[in-house]
Write a protein that binds this ligand. Structure first.
Ligand code: G6P
Length: 610
């Protein structure tokens, strides 16, 4: 994980590096640092534990950092606690500074060898071996680029790096193996960063590095080479991101901004992809027809919130006879596979860079799965580049670490995929027309669900002193309960678990008392009767229930049972609608608890380590 930014600029580089770091803070925020080379070829570095605001404080109480070449880093700790000494950039000697995102798997062996050469280590990180290794090559007469190339040859792991040397003050070398790195093209100046959003205030033009690429920046000159020094040509890409899209505007947090953006995001995800009654299958790309015709089953792979979207979709696919499994990326890539014939692997990911999802896709390809499709929010991401078919969610930049609009747009995109494949199984034209009609009404129904916010704010007060919460759902709403519990624990640090309501009696009922809130989603679907029975089981044991229910579900408020009516919706879109109140609940409980809602402790938005 972690975020990297670097530049060889025409003016003082520090403000731009800090701006880039803030835009990358979603990738990790337990410590941060910056290193700059000044006109006199002097390298200075400032680091601090904590978020970037702490780094800013450290910078304001130090001598001004001037210089046009620099690198910066925001960290999500893997090796070594989040202290100042472990913060990047790491330096070697007086001249060399390096930032890294990723993990060096053979760092122990390299550390031992370097220690045997008399090198002393200043941190507990795996990164420090890289900068030491480069330094050794420089001392043996290599220039910065050659020293980086020689070092990459001995590193094992997945990483992206940026490195500067005070001896070559207008130069910045970057490299990418497994972790993302983009090159920003300026006017006589050049930049690197973990993603485009970090550089959006300085450029819109980018080269997206491929795995194995090394970039050598000398002022405005950019050359991309492979490890043997062979030139690599990469197409220039223009970013569609606008600087405003990643601004907070009038909102207090990105999370609430993004919750409220959902109706627009969903409308954008549907735009140009459906008519009044039909799906326009071309939205999946030119090869989709042939691949879909062959597909006999679906294997969904995803992590975190995206996995919950996959779990919902499994119900949707199987309703129309499409065999479907959903599995967490880290589990999928670390087991053996019996590969079903003509199975389409569908990866779901907001970032397109989650290493476990990428590793699972690689494992699926190696095992012989037929084809792969990704539903993703970041156009230039690794998953998009490595998939046969792509459906972008068009959610727009999602900055809050707790995923919200990325989830509901994934579900919307999955509904389209269910139609595309369902047509080839048991879905009729009438079914399709009904599903499309519901999708067209989805944005306004999302807005309607948003009107529950004042009620949810009041309910959130009840969580102020709670330690635990239980979420219940059935069928396609069990993953929604999981998502509600995940949001609450991420944002409020309240221990929250979700159970399929029918499983309560096999253990969790033992936890029920009048202290722990039990939250249930109760749309009026074919499982409602059974769910009502489960709600009674909780009430009979003195549990305190909060139920989000369809008015026609006939669940009435009673002692220890609060009912919040959710406007009636068709079961095909109910999981999307019932997600909204659970997101709002987590957000308002987080506010009451006073947590850092957009940057919950210990987490990061883009998880690029296994
Ligand atoms: C992290 C984020 C989650 C996200 C998960 C998968 O854990 O905090 O919000 O759901 O990664 O990320 P992806 O980008 O693959 O959807």
């Amino acid at each position: 994980m972690c975020g990297i930014v670097g530049a060889v600029a025409k003016s003082d580089v520090l403000p731009m590096l800090l701006d880039g770091l803030k835009r990358l803070e979603y990738r990790g925020y337990d410590s941060a640092g910056v290193a700059v080379i000044d006109q006199n070829k002097k390298l200075s570095r400032i680091r601090s534990a904590g978020k970037i605001v702490e780094l800013e404080k450290a910078l304001s109480s130090s001598a001004a950092m001037r210089g046009t070449t620099g690198i910066a880093h925001t960290r999500w700790a893997t090796h070594g606690p989040p202290t100042e000494i472990n913060a990047h950039p790491h330096i070697s000697g007086h001249n060399l500074a390096l930032v890294c995102n990723g993990i060096i798997e053979n760092h122990e062996a390299l550390r031992k060898a370097q220690q045997a050469n008399g090198i002393q280590f200043a941190s507990d990180t795996d990164t420090e071996v890289i900068v030491n290794e480069i330094q050794q090559h420089i001392q043996n007469g290599l220039d910065l680029l050659a020293a980086v190339k020689a070092t990459l040859a001995v590193l094992e792991g997945a990483y992206a790096i940026g490195v500067v040397s005070a001896d070559e003050p207008n130069r910045l070398v970057g490299a990418r193996r497994g972790s993302p790195l983009v090159v920003g093209i300026g006017d006589g100046e050049s930049f690197i960063a973990s993603d485009m959003s970090a550089l959006i205030s300085v450029t819109r033009d980018f080269f997206i590095l491929e795995n194995g690429d090394i970039v050598d920046i000398n002022g405005g000159n950019i050359s991309i080479i492979d490890q043997c020094g062979r030139p690599q040509y990469r197409d220039k890409k223009r970013s569609g991101l606008s600087a405003d899209a990643v601004e907070l505007g009038d909102h207090r947090h990105y999370m609430i901004k993004e919750i409220h953006e959902q109706s627009v995001a969903i409308a954008t995800a549907l735009e140009g992809r459906i008519t009044a009654t039909r799906l326009l299958e071309a939205c999946f790309g030119i090869d989709s027809n042939e691949i879909f015709d062959k597909t006999k089953s679906v294997q969904i792979i995803a992590c975190g919130t995206s996995y919950h979207a996959g779990m919902v979709a499994r119900h949707w696919f199987e309703e129309y006879g499409v065999p479907c499994q959903a599995e967490i990326g880290s589990e999928f890539h670390s087991r053996s596979h019996v590969v079903p014939e003509d199975c389409l692997v569908v990866t779901l990911s907001q970032s397109g860079e989650t290493i476990d999802t990428l590793a699972a896709l690689a494992a699926a390809k190696q095992a012989g799965y037929a084809h792969c499709l990704t539903i993703c929010n970041v156009p230039e991401s690794s998953l998009v580049r490595e998939s046969d078919l792509v459906l972008m969610t068009h959610a727009g930049a999602e900055i809050g670490v707790a995923s919200t609009k990325a989830f509901t747009t994934q579900l919307t995109a999955l509904r389209l995929l269910v139609i595309a494949l369902g047509r080839r199984f048991s879905m009729t034209i009438t079914d399709e027309a009904r599903l499309i009609k519901e999708l067209r009404e989805l944005p306004s129904k999302v807005d309607q669900a948003m009107t529950l916010e004042p009620t949810i704010k009041e309910i959130a007060e009840q969580f102020a002193d709670k330690q635990h919460a239980l979420f219940l759902g059935r069928g396609a709403h069990y993953p929604i309960a999981l998502e509600g519990a995940l949001k609450l624990k991420e944002i409020s640090y309240i221990h929250a678990e979700a159970y399929p309501a029918g499983e309560l009696k096999h253990g969790p009922l033992a936890l029920v008392d009048n202290e722990m809130p039990v939250i249930s989603v109760a749309p009026n679907d074919r499982l409602l009767k059974k769910l009502k029975g489960n709600i009674e089981e909780v009430r009979a044991r003195g549990g305190k229930l909060i139920v989000f229910a369809d008015p026609s579900a006939e669940i009435s408020a009673q002692e220890n049972l609060q009912v919040i009516n959710v406007a009636p919706v068709d079961s095909s879109i109910a999981p999307i609608i019932y997600t909204i109140p659970l997101q709002l609940l987590a957000y308002h409980v987080g506010l009451i608890k006073g947590t850092d809602v957009d940057k919950p402790r210990n987490l990061a938005k883009s998880v690029t380590v296994e």
